[in-house]
Design a protein around this ligand. Structure first.
Ligand SMILES: *Cc1c(COP(=O)(O)O)cnc(C)c1O
Length: 399
């Protein structure tokens, strides 16, 4: 029997704060009544600052982040359109697969898993696209598989430098609400989020922000769409409802989680994620482990993918943490299976939880046979959290 609380350190779904959980225990309500409109509107308004937008329209789509990926494509593009996408982790790979499955002509840029999206290469390809065949550039802002954050603003600069008018689509599923996202400033046309990561709610909603330009494009795009037709959904939203039965409980949860984020203040939320992530990174380094992210400049503040030491199967580390310590880490995805494990550090999180994550990771690594010094990771993180300058500890145990 497992006693005590179980620890969830996967990068989504994340921990749901108690008040958000309670906010979802509500009786069923009439979703065509004014009370529902009074719930929907503040949720849509409250989401806008997280996306960094005043201009975009927010659509809430029953489904998950993947549904919003699909809606972004099917509402704005047409079969055969050429799009530019980098693959540098499982999520960017899957979005590219989807684009291909939906009949787009996908120009792929394969880069190392652990690198950010290749801005120079994007600029080069846009510059070479003399006839403007590329209709959209896709960026995975925070590659959750590798723990790498890409520079969306730099991609906007690349587009502008080439005077290229391709649409800019950004996956912010594991970044929006946790780290800065500036949709208007970066000229993002479609920004994708989901309810279960930084927004601290159950899975079940894909969230899409569409720029005025994206909205205008919807009229001329001719890809088949029905359930996820944004024109219908946005019209329904304007009328205070959905085109079909909405997941009302989720909206109650979202209203409560947005209230939390806005009460803390978005700048404070971002600073907290950065501080907590710095502690995790210091801990990982002090254990002598390397991250999948190739450089700390683009290491994600919401998830850290950690390479298992030579000869250690990351799956075993994860299984030990789960079975002995009631603690859940994310697995290595795709080619990283067995090679890496991930600590999600986003959403409703504090220092104590991060120290627990590191402490359990140490125990599980040790039990799996990794040569680590117990306590080295925790100590390094504590030094970060205590505000002391941190000198990396000796990494390999003197056993
Ligand atoms: C989780 C995630 C997705 C997929 O979202 P679902 O809600 O599982 O459909 C897409 N992109 C990124 C970057 C993610 O982290």
């Amino acid at each position: 029997m497992q006693t005590g609380t179980s620890h969830l350190f996967i990068p989504g779904p994340t921990n749901i704060p108690a008040d958000v959980q309670r906010a979802m225990i509500v009786p069923m309500q009439d979703h065509r009544a004014p009370e529902f409109a009074a719930l929907l509107q503040p949720v849509r308004d409250g989401l806008k600052p997280l996306f960094g937008t005043r201009e975009a329209q927010i659509a809430l789509l029953p489904g998950s982040g993947t549904a919003a990926w699909e809606a972004a494509i099917t509402n704005t593009l047409s079969p055969g359109d050429k799009v530019l996408m980098a693959r540098h982790g499982q999520f960017s790979v899957l979005w590219a697969d989807m684009a291909q499955a939906l009949g787009l002509q996908v120009e792929i840029m394969d880069v190392a898993w652990g690198a950010p999206c290749p801005v120079r290469e994007i600029e080069r390809r846009l510059g070479a696209d003399r006839h403007g065949d590329i209709k959209a550039v896709f960026v995975t802002h925070n590659e959750t598989a590798t723990g790498v954050t890409s520079d969306v603003g730099a991609v906007r600069h690349a587009l502008d430098a080439c005077f290229h008018d391709a649409l800019l689509f950004v996956d912010g599923v594991s970044s929006i609400g946790s780290i800065p996202f500036e949709m208007d400033l970066w000229g993002v046309d479609m920004a994708v989020a989901g309810s279960q990561k930084g927004l601290m709610c159950p899975a079940g909603l894909g969230i899409l922000a569409a720029s005025p330009r994206a909205l205008a494009t919807m009229e001329s795009s001719c890809m088949a769409r029905s359930f996820l037709d944004l024109r219908a959904m946005l019209a329904a939203h304007e009328g205070g409802s959905f085109c079909y039965t909405p997941p009302a409980q989720l909206l109650h949860g979202l209203r409560a989680s947005l209230a939390r984020l806005h009460t803390e203040g978005l700048d404070a939320v971002f600073t907290r994620h950065h501080r907590l992530a710095e502690g995790i990174r210091a801990g990982v380094a002090a254990l002598g482990l390397s991250t999948v992210a190739e450089h700390r400049i683009f290491a994600s503040d919401t998830v850290t993918a950690i390479r298992a030491p030579q000869g250690i199967d990351a799956r075993e580390v994860i299984a030990i943490a789960r079975d002995r310590y009631n603690t859940h880490f994310g697995g290595g995805l795709g080619p990283l299976a067995g090679k890496a494990f991930r600590i999600g550090h986003l959403g409703d999180l504090n220092e104590g939880m991060c120290l627990t994550a590191l402490g359990i990771a140490e125990l599980a690594l040790k039990a799996a046979g990794a040569p680590i010094t117990l306590g080295a990771g925790i100590t390094a993180a504590q030094q970060v959290y205590a505000g002391e300058p941190h000198t990396p500890a000796l990494s390999i145990a003197a056993e």
